[in-house]
Design a protein around this ligand. Structure first.
Ligand code: SAH
Length: 246
């Protein structure tokens, strides 16, 4: 194997949802750079002496992206086999693209190992098909991190509402009140079903459901916390089939 740095997706947290290639790269690595998102069940399978947490500094500050970028290059130049392990898929809201660009700019060999993104796994594990012949012909992955009320928001909630398809929001716990309001303002019915899937695939996975109108109260009552995915659209109603089957 020529590649020195592997940008690896860990999937949503269940070690059995790691790809075979991800498992092989992790086992063969000298160093695994990670943050908290892959989750304890996966991180615990990696010997502590080859793990480097770049998610948080000792003081509690987030390690800068610049530090991670430079550390990857440094380790590669030392001749190390490096895995950069990221939750879900490395290129879905994971800044994997920035790391790839940095490696390329510094002449470091790299490869990408895609992972099972939480954007698809979380709905699936909650019994929600993201597309459906009758209910949804499109699915959009959206960051909930942005403030929908700010004028220069990069997310066009009006356009998303107009698709009539499924909307999957990542990093969307904190701003749930803002974007549910934005979608209603854009003309979506308050009755539109919504699900919150917390810690998908982990032993303590939880699912809470409501509607565009009620979900903010539901989230508060159930004390939903990150990491969680918000699924918005008629497909959420299909979850009832799973519940009946159970
Ligand atoms: N690259 C990741 C996403 C990184 S952004 C991926 O492809 O999944 C971080 C967001 O991912 C979280 O805020 C949450 O919305 C979502 N997420 C990641 N793992 C999750 C999990 N196991 N359950 C629910 N949401 C998860």
């Amino acid at each position: 194997m020529n590649s020195t740095v592997s940008l690896v997706g860990s999937g949503p947290g269940d070690p059995e949802l790691l790809t075979i290639k991800a498992r092989r790269r992790i086992d063969a690595a000298d160093v695994v750079l990670h943050d908290k998102l892959p989750g304890p069940d996966i991180l615990d399978t990696i010997p502590e002496d080859k793990r480097e947490d770049v998610g948080k500094r000792a003081g509690g500050d987030r390690t800068s992206q610049e530090y991670t970028n430079e550390r990857l290059v440094e380790l590669a130049n030392d001749g190390k086999q490096v895995v950069r392990l990221k939750g879900g898929d490395p290129f879905v809201f994971g800044r994997g693209g920035e790391e790839m660009a940095h490696l390329a700019a510094h002449g470091v060999d790299f490869e990408v190992v895609p992972g099972v993104t939480s954007a698809l796994a979380a709905p699936a594990l909650a019994g929600i098909p993201t597309t459906h012949r009758e209910h949804a012909s499109t699915v959009s992955f959206v960051t909930g991190h942005e403030d929908p009320t700010k004028a220069e928001s990069a997310v066009d909630w009006d356009a998303l509402a107009a698709t009539g398809g499924t909307i999957v929001v990542l990093m969307g716990v904190g701003k749930l009140p803002d974007y549910t309001a934005a979608l209603r303002k854009a003309g979506m019915s308050g009755e539109t079903p919504v699900a919150l899937v917390e810690r998908a695939s982990r032993p303590d996975q939880r699912v809470a459901t409501g509607t565009l109108e009620t979900i903010v109260d539901v989230a508060e009552r159930e004390d939903i916390e990150p990491p969680a995915v918000t699924v918005i659209g008629q497909v959420v109603g299909e979850r009832e089939q799973l519940r009946e089957a159970e």
